[in-house]
Every structure is written in structure tokens, then in C-alpha cells.
Write a protein that binds this ligand. Structure first.
Ligand code: GTP
Ligand code: MG
Length: 379
């Protein structure tokens, strides 16, 4: 694939020592999250400045802020400016020219992490597809910006430079989609086999870093990578797990984040689709965080699950990291969600606390799910 990106360069190993200045918003949750994202992409964050809104100006930020940023990066030596919003390619270019720093937006940053973390063939293709979807509108923007309606925008065949660029991007997209289709067919075959065996299928879901893989490893006696860094897991692993006298299939996959671009969800659709087919979804929550963070992360998770067509009845809320959590906070949270009809279980995946209770609840929820399904079939 073409390695050129518009208004920004891709992440590479040099970023491990690179410093970055961040432009974010006043609320502390958003600031903490963009810092973690920058860290996960390999940046050392020197400074963070905030704006109430990222203005749709020629720089993305206000003119005064652009000047402030220029002086700031000159002083703190940042090579990169990360803007915690979506920028057009001309905004990124303009800001880059004024500040003499590389400028990347939130989506580019998330894509860089995904590109860095993708380990399987399918995950790599999914990231490439997302890259192309990110580039499409920027390519249009970029070519217009450089051509500004002049004849030099036309190639020898009478096509505009936009057409040529677009066709190339589209061709790449078709090619990747074809390859992904193969992986998808393979997945569908596996699914069909699973369904034949009639083994209940359980998916772990939740915000990135909530502890999905830690729980998966405990329940499946596995050793998949767990880490405080965001987006540690990008591909799906499924294992058979003993649940008292029977067996279930348990699946761990990519985590969620707020303001996740739709095309990224679309690119990872075949991975995320598994959630829609699960008999039960364990929605993992990091209960050790502030009530505000928990709410924001839960709402984002519900939003994404809704986009994927998952209904609430199949969700079991698993309140994790109880070894660090404040009990009063969790009591309030549990009461609120019980009021909305959710079943909850408290655990510490790291310590292995509450796993017996979790298994009991899984068994119970699977029974209810089967009963509901039978009722639907009879109706
Ligand atoms: N204290 C404590 N830490 C935990 C617990 N469960 C997970 N962690 C830690 O939380 C961090 C994230 O855990 P992971 O299992 O990698 O989280 P994940 O949800 O799989 O994250 P992604 O793959 O990035 O989406 C790791 O540093 C874990 O050690 C817990 O019960 N208690
Ligand atoms: Mg994980």
C-alpha cells in the first residue's frame, strides 16, 4: 500500500523516543485518555494545552493558539503535535507549516497504534482498510489544496489528479476487501461448526484496558498479552472453557474507546460481528476508576454494542479490578444498572476473586437466554 498519508506521517519505531505536545479539551477524562493514547503510540508527552472547542479554522485551532503552539514546541522540543479531534488535511498542513512540527489528529493516532499492534494477517488487513478509509476524504482535500483548480491537476488522459488518486485508493480497497472476504468466509465456517456442536458462545467486550484479556487468561488458562497500554489486543482468540459440568467457548477481542471513528468499527466489523452472534456478552468494566470515567466508558461501550445490533438481554456486566475499587462507588453503580435490568458480578481478574460467582452467573444467564430463545421460537 502507498505509504504516503495526507497531512501526517505514519508511526514508526522512531516514535519510541519522540516527544509530543497535545491539544485537547478542558475535561480531565478526555485529557487523560489522549495522554494514554499518545503513550500507546510511543510518544513522550511534554505538554498539553486545551481549547474549549477545536475550531473549524484554517489551522483546526484558533490563530492565537497556533502561534502559542509554535512557541511552545520551539521551547519544549516536541517534534509532533497531537490534536485530539478530527482535522482536515489542509488544517493539519497549515498548522504543521506554522509550527514546524508534524501534526497528527486523534484518528491518525488511533490508526498508528492499531498499525503498530496488528499481529495477524486479518488484523493487518483491517488496519490497512481503515487507513484507506481515513485517506479518502483527505486525498480529495489534499489534491484540491495543491491544485486549486489549475490545469496542472489533469493527467495525460484528461483525468484530474483527484480521479487518479481516487481510483488508486479504490483499487486498493477492493483488493483488501477481497482478501478480507476470505478471512470472513473462514470465520463463518468456524461459526457454523460451532453452532452444530451447540456449545454456548461467550464474548468478552468492554473498554480498552478494562481487563478482558486478564480475565480470559484466568478462565482459559492462557497467556495472551495483558498490559496497561491501550489496545493491547487487536485480534480474536477463542478457547473452550470448562463451566462446571459443561463446556463453553470464550472469546477475547479488540477493546472499545470513545469517539471511535465509524470506519474503524466498519473495518473491524468481521471481528466485532462475533459479538452479535454470542449467546452471552461479558461487558467488562474497570470499577476502580472514578464514577464519571466509568459512566463515559460504559456509555461508549453500549453505543458500540448498539451499532453492532447487540441487545441488552445478552449483556452481563462484570465489575472488574475490585481489589482497587471503592466499594461505595461500586454499590451506587450496581444499584443504578440493576435498575436498568442488568445483572452484575464483582471480580478481580488479577487476583482471581469472584470467578466462581461469575461462572455461576454465566450459567444462570445462559439458561435464561435459552429460555427466551425457546419462547421466541414458539411465538
Ligand atoms: N489491579 C487490577 N488490575 C487489573 C485487573 N484486571 C486487569 N488488570 C490490569 O489492567 C491492565 C489491562 O488489562 P488487560 O487484560 O490487558 O485489558 P484489556 O481489556 O484486554 O485491554 P485491551 O486489550 O487493550 O483492550 C493490565 O495492566 C492488567 O494487569 C484487576 O482485577 N485488578
Ligand atoms: Mg486485551
Amino acid at each position: 500500500m502507498d505509504s504516503t498519508t495526507f497531512g501526517a506521517k505514519k508511526s514508526d519505531s522512531n516514535h519510541l523516543t519522540e516527544t509530543a505536545t497535545i491539544v485537547s479539551f478542558p475535561d480531565l477524562f478526555t485529557q487523560a485518555e489522549i495522554r494514554e493514547l499518545a503513550k500507546a503510540a510511543g510518544y513522550h508527552v511534554t505538554e498539553i494545552i486545551t481549547q474549549r472547542r477545536i475550531i473549524k479554522s484554517e489551522f483546526g485551532v484558533g490563530v492565537g493558539k497556533a502561534e502559542e503552539l509554535k512557541n511552545m514546541v520551539e521551547e519544549n522540543g516536541s517534534k509532533t503535535i497531537i490534536v485530539d479531534e478530527k482535522l482536515t488535511s489542509s488544517q493539519a498542513n497549515n498548522l504543521s507549516k506554522v509550527t514546524h512540527a508534524e501534526v497528527i489528529d486523534r484518528e491518525r493516532l488511533i490508526l498508528n497504534i492499531f498499525a503498530k499492534r496488528a499481529a495477524t494477517v486479518e488484523a493487518k488487513l483491517q488496519v490497512q482498510l481503515a487507513e484507506l478509509k481515513y485517506e479518502m476524504p483527505r486525498a480529495r482535500d489534499e489534491v484540491r489544496y495543491s491544485v486549486k483548480g489549475e490545469r496542472m491537476g489533469f493527467s495525460g488522459m484528461g483525468e484530474t489528479a483527484v480521479d487518479v488518486r481516487f481510483k488508486a485508493l479504490r483499487r486498493q480497497m477492493v483488493f483488501i476487501n477481497q482478501k478480507l472476504k476470505k478471512a470472513r468466509t473462514q470465520r463463518q465456517l468456524q461459526r457454523a461448526q460451532r453452532q452444530k456442536l451447540q456449545i454456548p458462545f461467550i464474548s468478552l467486550a468492554g473498554y480498552t484496558s478494562s481487563g478482558k484479556t486478564t480475565l480470559f487468561n484466568k478462565l482459559a488458562s492462557e497467556t495472551k498479552e495483558e498490559s496497561p497500554s491501550l489496545f493491547t489486543t487487536l485480534s480474536t482468540t477463542t478457547r473452550a472453557v470448562r463451566l462446571f459440568d459443561s463446556e463453553v467457548l470464550l472469546s477475547d477481542s479488540v477493546g472499545f474507546i470513545s469517539r471511535l471513528p465509524t470506519y474503524l468499527i466498519e473495518s473491524f466489523k468481521s471481528t466485532l460481528e462475533e459479538l452479535n452472534l454470542a449467546d452471552l456478552i461479558l461487558l467488562i468494566v474497570d470499577a476502580s476508576e472514578s464514577s464519571e470515567s466509568i459512566q463515559i466508558k460504559l456509555e461508549s461501550s453500549f453505543d458500540i454494542l448498539k451499532q453492532l445490533g447487540v441487545d441488552q438481554e445478552r449483556i452481563l456486566l462484570v465489575l472488574n479490578k475490585m481489589d482497587l475499587a471503592k466499594r461505595e462507588n461500586v454499590d451506587v453503580l450496581e444499584k443504578e444498572y440493576a435498575g436498568h435490568g442488568f445483572k452484575t458480578v464483582r471480580i478481580s481478574a488479577v487476583r482471581g476473586d469472584g470467578l466462581h460467582r461469575l461462572k455461576l452467573q454465566i450459567k444462570e444467564s445462559l439458561k435464561t437466554e435459552t429460555k427466551n430463545e425457546n419462547q421466541i421460537m414458539r411465538a
